[in-house]
Design a binder for this molecule. Structure first.
Ligand SMILES: Nc1ncnc2c1ncn2[C@@H]1O[C@H](COP(=O)(O)OP(=O)(O)OP(=O)(O)O)[C@@H](O)[C@H]1O
Ligand SMILES: [Mg+2]
Length: 258
């Protein structure tokens, strides 16, 4: 098997007295979609922010293999390199779109800004690419010059996706990307992500409350509870035949199975 593109080792994080994450370790490979599921407050967003270097852990390590094959220890590299990676090789779709978008500039400007920050020089090309990506996530091009403030929640989620995908990231962190999307748009967005993953080797870490989304998109799944990974394995295996009582409850309440 090839080397992992991302590796988390013994990650722990507290906020004051709240233990948000405890001793989480796993590996992620190119072309793989890994789902993280679990109840509200179980530490999913905290884990995603640690994996991408947005926040620092109390202890533990995240190693990213960059496009040149160099292993980077995410918490040891300079902030400038971390920011550069987050504009280019790594994409992060925030649960709260206000964190991932500049609300006062146009949708097209949001995408163009990332492209220009990622090294593109021509503004015309950035605008053309922005239009292409808006189309790709099924946002009307007529809304290119609207600000995200004028978008609905589901439209903002798609705009964040377009913005992040525009620089062809190698790893995409998605925090509840399909919340607020109607079922048909959701299915096409999942198709888009699946296609990018199998065609271009995009690796995805997907946080979702929706076990059906996890089932459709991911090969592997981690189940979290109170900051711990309590069950992990192949998605079908975990959802069809969960071992832990908590996972059994989660699956039976959401999918009506087990
Ligand atoms: N910035 C913060 N300051 C203080 N506590 C925080 C902070 N962020 C998260 N927490 C706490 O850490 C725990 C895990 O939060 P986290 O946001 O990771 O959960 P989650 O699984 O993403 O929840 P949800 O499904 O509701 O998004 C919670 O108890 C939360 O209140
Ligand atoms: Mg969250």
């Amino acid at each position: 098997m090839c080397d992992p593109i991302l590796k988390a080792a013994h990650l722990s994080k507290s906020y004051g007295k709240v233990r948000a994450l405890e001793d989480v370790s796993f590996e992620l490979f190119s072309s793989e979609v890994l789902s993280i599921v679990g109840e509200s407050g179980s530490g999913k967003s905290t884990l995603l922010k640690l994996l991408s270097g947005i926040i620092e852990p109390d202890c533990g390590r995240v190693t990213y293999r960059d496009k040149t094959g160099t292993l980077l220890s995410i918490f040891d590299i300079p902030d400038s390199l971390k920011r550069k990676l987050l504009r280019t090789e790594l994409g992060f779709v925030w649960q709260d779109p206000k964190e991932g978008l500049r609300l006062k500039i146009s949708a097209g400007g949001n995408i163009a800004e990332r492209l220009l920050a990622g090294g593109l020089r021509s503004f015309g090309e950035a605008r053309a690419k922005s239009i292409w990506w808006l189309n790709r996530v099924e946002l009307p091009v007529s809304r290119l010059d609207n600000t995200p403030e004028e978008y609905s929640g589901g439209m903002r989620a798609r705009l964040q996706l377009a913005k992040n995908l525009a620089t062809n990231p190698r790893v995409l962190f998605l925090d509840e990307p399909t919340a607020g999307l109607d079922v048909s748009v959701q299915a096409r967005i999942l198709d888009l992500i699946r296609g990018l993953s199998s065609e271009f080797g995009l690796a995805v870490v997907l946080v979702t409350h929706d076990l059906m989304v996890a089932r459709l998109l991911s090969q592997r799944i981690l189940v979290m509870k109170d900051g711990l990974v309590i069950e992990a394995g192949l998605t079908d295996q975990v959802l069809d035949d969960p071992i832990e009582p908590y996972t059994q409850l989660l699956v039976s309440s959401i999918l009506g199975e087990a």
